[in-house]
Design a protein around this ligand. Sequence first.
Ligand code: T3D
Length: 266
Amino acid sequence: MAYDTIEFSLRDGVATLVLNRPDRLNSFNEAMHQEVRQALTEVQAAVEAGDCRALLLTGNGRGFCAGQDLSDRNVAPGDEMPDLGYSIETYYNPLIRTLTALPVPVVCAVNGVAAGAGANIALACDIVLAARSASFTQAFAKIGLVPDSGGTWQLPRQVGLARAKGLAMLGDKLGAEQAEAWGLIWRVVDDEGLRDEAARLAAHLATQPTRGLALIKQALNESGTNDLDTQLDLERDLQRQAGRTADYREGVAAFMEKRSPKFSGQ
Ligand code: T3D
């Protein structure tokens, strides 16, 4: 399918989705929401078919994503205000749920500023690399809104309540190196090497035990709300599933035979 507001490709087990409205810092308008949704539907089908084993998300231009396109929200005095709850329910929440539930690793390469929902979409990905010049801003407070797209859930868990409140209430830009130091992202990469490094990482993940990685993702995601007993039970159940995969058999055989494993993703 041809896209206008994104670029999408699927090659060698890696789906790559590039936000492509650089003159608006890749902020979301309705068309981009629809196209991202369509591309992720393609990803889900490819994952089910065994053709996609990792997803890479990034942006074109000097920004990763500036959240909602505010030119679609500029209401003249007296005109009806848009229902933002509808927008969240229709677009942002399903996007976060899809990324979180996708049973393959999602790598995010934050190539520039990530603002508002754009920041929290990045944080919903599994492994986040950021260009050294990139930054994250919970810009919502500056326009009278509340962090959405999972921000109020992710931030206190990732950086603690004190920093979460500072980020959310001040909306200041947090530089990539500080974000790494605070444990908000996996790693900072020099700007010029970001796309290649992220592609290498996604390609590597696409050769790994895909079922096992999906179960790891599930366990870590559910740990956010489970108590220890529940989590121990979950680990038992997921390990049982992992222990029945062809990739586990291959991993053990390769170890015993002192050779590199060749994982099929099954
Ligand atoms: O509404 C709903 O559906 C509810 C859901 C909401 C989710 C949200 O994401 S709400 C939060 C929306 N986003 C923001 O509030 C961020 C707004 N942007 C900024 O604060 C700044 O642009 C940045 C901090 C991201 C970057 O600053 P800077 O100085 O590097 O760039 P700039 O000059 O401000 O922006 C460059 C251009 O992009 C500029 O256009 P121009 O002047 O060159 O024609 C700017 O207007 C445009 N731009 C940036 N962000 C947005 C945008 N245009 C529309 N919407 C944007 N969000």
